[in-house]
Design a protein around this ligand. Structure first.
Ligand SMILES: Cc1cc2nc3c(=O)[nH]c(=O)nc-3n(C[C@H](O)[C@H](O)[C@H](O)COP(=O)(O)OP(=O)(O)OC[C@H]3O[C@@H](n4cnc5c(N)ncnc54)[C@H](O)[C@@H]3O)c2cc1C
Length: 422
């Protein structure tokens, strides 16, 4: 017993303090590990200017609640998304419901609220904000890893030793590039205009009354609106916010490599309004027009990876599976990655680290591979793009049976993915 007491805790260095990084910190602390999180942002993101909406599935909600000292806070940070609905606009601008699934059962949250909820429940001293990762080096006996990072404030180079390096550094992961230099992200052929309209204080405005008339289940529904070769998404977030996304075809941007989000000029925004007027109903266009600072995401994913760990370096979150957003997967996959990794490390202990990482990989790779490919397919159908095994989807002529294919419930492992190999 005393031997157990004196045993040094294993230590992990997590690169990236976004959703995957903070989730992983929770899971590993529960598994009895010491943690250091390196993050290049200067401070924890606070408030809603950072990010937009995301949907959390029932299993991820359960996992998040298991990490929080006050699990009920997750309920306060989410609105229900019980319904998954696809709508088509006719030529005369009338609308028709193509599919409606009332058992969707997700929750809608603002990215910043979910991040704060997870971050606030962690010891702040484990975070090194304002530190950019430089390099890592695995010891000859493969039992430890040395990570170098630079403080953006002082330019000081620091070195941290750990038993495990966890790359939670997002879809453009530098650590993934070290092991897989030839892996390229795949541009989907389209980008997404996104925005969050804050309507606190304007609940009775014509815009809000109009949008609620058109989409009466807002506050409980994930709305997809389909037109030829394009689609939009609308759902409500807590604290009187509306989250919208509009997918438009666009050539691959020239500036790439550092970000998949682009700052946009007012000319680009005005042009977007004009194009929106040609496609969407005036109520939705008005929501877009009243949204402060809409932004543009270029949509990339990556062919599924077969390997997500090398020695004592492991990928989680978007670093392990860049994906398109059509199946509301990236956040949910990140949370599940973290939970599975934590369980495997707890089960096998540091002395069997290779077995723990092997199990993590064997549990997660089949799930994430299918989910990434299904999200890709869903996006291509909704954007009217070519698929080898079906004709192009045209919402105007689509039957309810065609629409069935678009439902979120068709996502592989929709009703839950395994947490362990047992
Ligand atoms: C600020 C922000 C806002 C977002 N908002 C939304 C949203 O509204 N809706 C949505 O669906 N998704 C959003 N995302 C993406 C979402 O978090 C991810 O798709 C998903 O949750 C997986 O998260 P991740 O932690 O794996 O990756 P990411 O969220 O991309 O996080 C990667 C983290 O690694 C850090 N990092 C990368 N390279 C380095 C380096 N060299 N040194 C130090 N740190 C590094 C980044 O700063 C970042 O914090 C947002 C991401 C960020 C960073």
């Amino acid at each position: 017993m005393s031997e157990k007491k004196n045993k040094k805790k294993p230590k992990a260095v997590i690169l990236g303090g976004s959703i995957a990084g903070v989730s992983c910190a929770h899971a590993l602390i529960l598994a009895g590990w010491d943690i250091v999180v390196l993050e290049k942002s200067n401070a924890p993101p606070k408030g809603s200017p950072t990010g937009a909406g995301l949907g959390i599935d029932p299993l991820a909600q359960q996992i998040i609640q298991s990490w929080l000292p006050q699990p009920e806070l997750l309920q306060e940070a989410t609105l229900p998304l019980t319904i998954d609905q696809n709508i088509v606009t006719g030529g005369d601008k009338s609308t028709r419901i193509l599919t409606r699934d009332e058992n969707f059962n997700f929750g809608a949250a603002h990215w910043a609220d979910l991040h704060s909820l997870l971050y606030d429940a962690l010891p702040p001293e484990i975070f090194l904000w304002g530190h950019v990762y430089l390099s890592f080096c695995i010891s000859e006996d493969q039992t430890s890893v040395n990570v170098k990072a630079k403080s953006l404030q002082t330019n000081e180079i620091i070195e941290i030793n750990g038993d495990l390096l966890i790359a939670a550094d997002g879809c453009l992961s530098s650590i993934r590039r070290t092991f897989l230099p030839d892996i390229k992200l795949r541009y989907s052929g389209y980008c997404a205009w996104r925005g969050v309209l804050d309507f606190s204080g304007t609940e009775s405005s014509e815009t809000i009354i109009g949008i609620r008339r058109l989409y009466p289940d807002l506050g409980n529904c994930l709305y997809f609106h389909l037109d030829s070769g394009t689609h939009s998404v609308l759902y409500e977030l807590p604290k009187k916010k509306l989250n919208w996304i509009w997918y438009v075809h666009q050539p691959e941007p020239e500036v790439k490599g550092n970000s998949v989000t682009m700052k946009v000029s007012s000319d680009m925004i005005n042009n977007m309004y004009q194009e929106a007027e040609k496609v969407w109903l005036p109520e939705l266009v008005q929501v877009m027009k009243e949204t402060e600072e809409p932004f543009l995401n270029f949509i990339y994913d990556c062919d599924p990876l077969e390997q997500i760990f090398w020695g004592n370096v492991v990928l989680i979150g978007d670093a392990a599976h860049p994906t398109t957003p059509h199946g509301l997967r990236s956040t949910n996959m990140s949370i599940l990655d973290a939970a599975v990794l934590g369980k495997c490390l707890q089960k096998w202990g540091l002395e069997n680290l290779p077995s723990a990482l092997e199990e993590y990989q064997s549990v997660r790779v089949p799930v994430i591979s299918q989910q990434v490919l299904h999200s890709r397919r869903l996006g291509r159908i909704k954007q009217g793009l070519y698929l080898p095994d079906r004709g192009p989807f045209d919402p105007n002529t689509a039957s309810p049976e065609d629409g069935e294919e678009l439902q979120q419930k068709n996502m592989p492992f929709f009703s839950g993915a395994p947490i362990s190999a047992d």
